[in-house]
Design a protein around this ligand. Structure first.
Ligand SMILES: O=C(O)[C@H]1O[C@H](OP(=O)(O)OP(=O)(O)OC[C@H]2O[C@@H](n3ccc(=O)[nH]c3=O)[C@H](O)[C@@H]2O)[C@H](O)[C@@H](O)[C@@H]1O
Length: 433
């Protein structure tokens, strides 16, 4: 038997086919070779095309997933924003509420929605205090048809987008880094939210067409070391005692500039130690309640010469009435597209209770409502930004929109304690009301 030659190996004969000569074989080899090269080339092209399409598909999927996983953006999201901003009463307003998952923001958003105004919330859900409380407030708002967009004031694209989607008539600006004493720990957060964030919001509002009217939260802390009692809007506010107060005072000056240059209608509200259900865990009435219930001591500060500190504690429902009154009387911004067309209102109001209560009395009331004795630890007020007392003169707000607080500390704390016990699951505990 003939051993297969290399040539035979290369060009195996096909049974039944005639034998080909060497030249023909070479020719065939060439054609085969060429054919296989072009096939390879085609395959290579095919693979390249496949790889390219795979890569572009991947990047589509990537950008798509980024797009869909972002907390804002997209057709469905815009629809939600529009729905939330929908006005359900004649002459109503559509309001962007910043800091909507905050204490005051939640209450104001609900009150606006209940009377038929459109509300879209914005909140960055930072962890200055327990974010789960903010999430719970957000759920409450959602259950009333209010969308809370998760995002930061410093996100220019988000702010612009919101104004592209909705022609907000008003902005209720409550987002801020709050807390007087925390400013020594984290000064940058105050600059980030209360200065840079505010400017970003004003930049967006001044360019919006139509421009919204802006009502925003200043603070009683701007009175700082002012000793003239009660505090009136015309009193000195150039002696802040904390960086927090300084950023709020800066906010008053910054908003004035935007009113002056761009015709934005501005109302600044100086809130006086607001308290109530769904409140802020960093505030004294809240942390005292927590400690008293847990049997832990509370630290009570006292001022010079062992004097008691006092605050014009103001109940949240009264503050909400003040916010709505301010929105209703804000007047219009006059500019459009960044151009001023005429003078616009610039207002500042105290929103307080007009009857300061000493901190030891606050603790007495809590003890009575909780039916638990507090373990008092009394220390001299550290030099950390605190002021000895606050006391609001509210005649301007009274004159302008009939502001009249009606809840005293005893009544307001009772409502707060009832909420606290229910929210934190103490309701069934014996001895605690
Ligand atoms: O009205 C305002 O402008 C400010 O009110 C509060 O600031 P503050 O009045 O200092 O409220 P708390 O922190 O609740 O303090 C209330 C009182 O309790 C005292 N306190 C606070 C904390 C503590 O551990 N012990 C204590 O005795 C404070 O010295 C103060 O006299 C808010 O925290 C600020 O965000 C707000 O801007």
């Amino acid at each position: 038997m003939k051993m297969p030659s290399l040539e035979d190996e290369l060009f195996p004969s096909t049974p039944g086919k005639f034998k080909i000569d060497r030249a023909h074989n070479m020719n065939r080899q060439f054609h085969r070779c060429f054919a296989s090269t072009s096939t390879m080339f085609l395959w290579a092209l095919f693979l390249i095309a496949l790889t390219a399409s795979y890569l572009s598909f991947q990047s589509f999927v990537d950008s798509g997933s980024r797009y869909f996983s972002a907390s804002w953006g997209g057709i469905q999201w815009e629809k939600h924003v529009r729905n939330s901003a929908q006005i359900h009463r004649s002459g109503g307003m559509s309001v962007l509420v910043t800091g909507a998952a905050g204490f005051v923001g939640t209450h104001v958003s609900l009150a606006l929605k209940k009377r038929g105004d459109g509300v879209v919330g914005l909140d960055n859900f930072n962890n200055y205090y327990d974010p789960s409380l903010k999430r719970a407030r957000k759920s409450l708002l959602n259950s009333h048809g209010i969308l809370v967009v998760e995002g930061d004031l410093n996100d220019a694209k988000l702010l612009t987008k919101l104004f592209d989607v909705v022609a907000f008539t008003h902005v209720m600006h409550l987002a801020a880094q709050a807390g007087v004493r925390y400013a020594m720990e984290n000064p940058n957060s105050y600059v980030h939210s209360n200065v840079a964030g505010l400017v970003m919001l004003l930049e967006t509002c001044k360019s919006a067409n139509p421009q919204p009217a802006i009502v925003w939260a200043s603070s009683s802390s701007v009175y700082g070391l002012n000793e003239k009692v009660p505090f009136s809007e015309a009193d000195r506010t150039d002696q802040p005692a904390s960086l927090y107060a300084a950023t709020k005072k800066a906010g008053e000056e910054i908003t004035h500039t935007y009113n002056h240059i761009y015709g934005l209608s501005i109302t600044g509200l100086r809130f006086f130690t607001v308290y109530g259900p769904w409140g802020r865990p960093d505030m004294a009435y809240f942390s005292f309640t927590r400690n008293i219930l847990q049997g832990k001591p509370i630290t009570m500060y006292r001022g010079k010469n062992r004097s008691d500190l006092a605050r014009d504690f103001t109940y949240i429902d009264d503050i909400v009435k003040g916010c709505l009154g301010s929105l209703d009387t804000s007047g219009k911004s006059t500019g459009s597209g960044g151009k001023k067309r005429g003078p616009a209102p610039y207002r500042i109001f105290n929103l307080g209770n007009t009857s300061p209560v000493k901190v030891p009395e606050l603790v007495n009331i809590l003890e009575r409502h909780l039916k638990v004795k507090a373990k008092r630890n009394i220390v001299d007020m550290p030099g950390n930004g605190d002021v000895p007392f606050t006391h609001a003169n509210i005649s301007s707000a009274q004159r302008e929109f009939g502001y009249k607080p009606t809840t005293d500390l005893q009544t307001g704390l009772k409502k707060f304690v009832r909420w606290y016990l229910s929210y934190y699951g103490y309701s069934n505990r014996k001895g605690v009301r």
